[in-house]
Design a protein around this ligand. Structure first.
Ligand code: SAM
Length: 231
């Protein structure tokens, strides 16, 4: 299957395995992943966030309830919300999620946005699990026609060492463990380059100390009442 489908399948497998109730997809684009996740009965809340409102609206209709949902209402309730905004901004709407997915998002972030990203996702949203995928630049020589980056909107593409050191640093700072994997197998004999898409799966460490919990409450409070920040 094409690479993007393998990435979505990776997230679907995680959802099937860990059964999160509340899932947020950051950089959700045309909401394809959200639409796929809608069919998992464990999920009660789905949220999408993207900086581009028009791309979110393109196929948004797929998230509406189906006629069958009205004819045969099920026990399970599902709330889907879409938010127009940036991952560089602490939005109280994005609190309380079990799983946060960031599929092919970070390489689109400006330096200043990427700097804020770990604090927003791990520090503020602080979900149980975070999945981040990004291109593995070591695979690029195997892709026909790729000279600098795979896409003109990419601000960077990291090799495995770069991605892993960034991810390990964020994990350490915010109390997560992290494991690395990927999708898109290299051809036989070229295994050294690694996966085409590299993926990090972060899991929040427990038990959290009282001090960490206290700091998180302060963070949330300050985001909900920004006017109190400077007082
Ligand atoms: N996650 C989707 C997928 O895997 O099919 C789409 C990934 S697309 C390559 C990157 C998306 O990130 C775009 O829809 C873009 O608008 C969005 N994006 C870029 N910067 C963002 C930011 N600061 N905050 C939220 N979304 C952003």
């Amino acid at each position: 299957p094409p690479l993007y489908k393998q990435r979505y399948q990776f997230v679907k497998d995680l959802v099937g395995k860990y059964k999160p109730k509340k899932v947020a997809d950051l950089g959700c684009a045309d909401c394809t992943l959200l639409w796929m996740l809608k069919f998992y009965n464990c999920i009660e809340v789905l949220a999408g966030l993207d900086i581009c409102a028009s791309v979110m609206k393109e196929k948004m209709h797929r998230l509406y309830p189906l006629p069958a949902d009205y004819l045969q209402p099920s026990e399970r309730s599902l709330t889907v919300t879409l938010h127009h905004g940036s991952v560089a901004h602490e939005d109280p709407c994005m609190l309380g999620f079990d799983l946060v997915t960031c599929i092919e998002l970070i390489e689109h972030l400006e330096e200043s946005e990427l700097e804020k990203f770990p604090e927003v996702v791990f520090g503020f949203m602080a979900p149980t699990m975070v999945v981040i995928s990004t291109p593995n630049s070591e695979f690029n020589p195997l892709l026909p026609g790729v000279t600098v980056f795979r896409h003109q909107d990419h601000k960077f593409e990291w090799d495995r060492a770069q991605f892993q050191s960034w991810a390990l640093d964020a994990a350490k700072r915010y109390g997560y463990s992290v494991e690395f994997t990927g999708v898109g197998n290299p051809p036989t004999g070229m295994e050294d380059v690694g996966f085409c898409t590299q993926i990090a799966v972060f899991v929040k460490k427990y038990p959290q100390t009282m001090f960490c919990m206290f700091l998180h409450v302060v963070k949330v409070f300050r985001a909900v009442y920004p006017s109190l920040k400077d007082e």
